[in-house]
Design a protein around this ligand. Structure first.
Ligand code: GUN
Length: 280
């Protein structure tokens, strides 16, 4: 049996259209500001895509591009200005930041009510306490894919591979809130293949090209591949060996066209949520 393909591109398009429809009824344009420091080419592509999607949904969106030599104090001043700006509903500082800037200090400086990445400690705490406010975009997108693909979560064994602040940890918290039995597997996990194989839902978020082999996958399980890795040949692959995994899994997301488009759609959803919460 080959796995059902979960079409993230289609789900994301529907979600973006739904957000655009809601924005059109607001009477104002929610404001999203993306801050990009330096000239990392991958970040530049992500930021451009976020800006384009935001405009497409009827948002007021702009990108502040700062040179790589920007100091932490200068970046903090930019954030303070955005915190005070009533037209700005969402602030996203693209990561990674140049090494001389303390990422944690920058994230802490963002008004939690405008933190559309969901990275501020107040938002992280709210999620950990089971009362989520603004939730990180990629895990939010994964939960939506599980929902629309008809994958039951409550009571199921979910394994999250990876423990990053951006994906792994918030992903585990969301799955736990949805009543899954959650395991986080990582580089120090003993017999990682066996842990993954027990999963009825496997979320791969390690950032290592095709690390998850067919033998790591439970027959009939739902596999969500968060990885976006560029091979030496220049093609994009996920964290899962997709062609082999398709023969074992029950449902699987492709790369590209799976989780990636959902992240941006959920950023729009977060920005809309932030705007409504702030302005009502
Ligand atoms: N870099 C990679 N993923 C993300 C993300 O979700 N948000 C931000 N701000 N930067 C990122």
């Amino acid at each position: 049996m080959t796995a059902r393909i979960i079409d993230g591109k289609a789900v994301a398009a529907e979600l973006r259209a739904a957000v655009a429809g809601r924005v059109a009824t607001l009477g104002y344009r929610p404001g999203l500001v993306v801050v990009l420091v330096g000239d990392d080419p991958a970040s530049a592509v992500y930021v451009r895509n976020k800006d384009r999607a935001a405009h497409g949904a009827g948002f007021e969106s702009r990108t502040i591009r700062l040179p790589a030599a920007t100091s932490e104090a200068e970046l903090l001043a930019v954030i303070a200005g955005l915190n005070d700006d009533p037209q700005t509903d969402g602030i996203l500082v693209q990561l990674p930041l140049p090494r001389h800037i303390a990422t944690a200090a920058i994230i802490r400086a963002i008004d939690p009510a405008k933190d559309v990445d969901g990275f501020h400690p107040e938002n992280v705490a709210a999620l950990a306490l089971g009362a989520p406010r603004l939730v990180p975009c990629t895990p939010r997108g994964v939960m939506r894919l599980l929902e629309v693909s008809g994958t039951p979560v409550a009571g199921r064994r979910a394994v999250v591979l990876g423990r990053s602040n951006i994906v792994g940890r918030p992903m585990a918290a969301l799955l736990l809130s949805a009543d899954a039995t959650v395991t986080i597997a990582h580089s120090r996990t003993r017999d990682i293949a066996a842990e993954c194989r027990r999963a009825e839902i496997l979320i791969a978020a390690v950032g290592r090209a095709e690390m998850v082999k067919a033998e790591w996958i439970g027959p009939g399980s739902t596999v969500i591949d968060v990885g976006i890795n560029r091979t030496e040949a220049g093609t994009l692959v996920g964290d899962v060996d997709y062609q082999a995994a398709r023969e074992v899994a029950g449902a699987i997301t492709p790369v590209p066209g799976g989780v990636g488009p959902m992240t941006i759609a959920c950023l729009l959803e977060n920005t809309l949520d932030a705007a409504i919460a702030r302005r009502s």
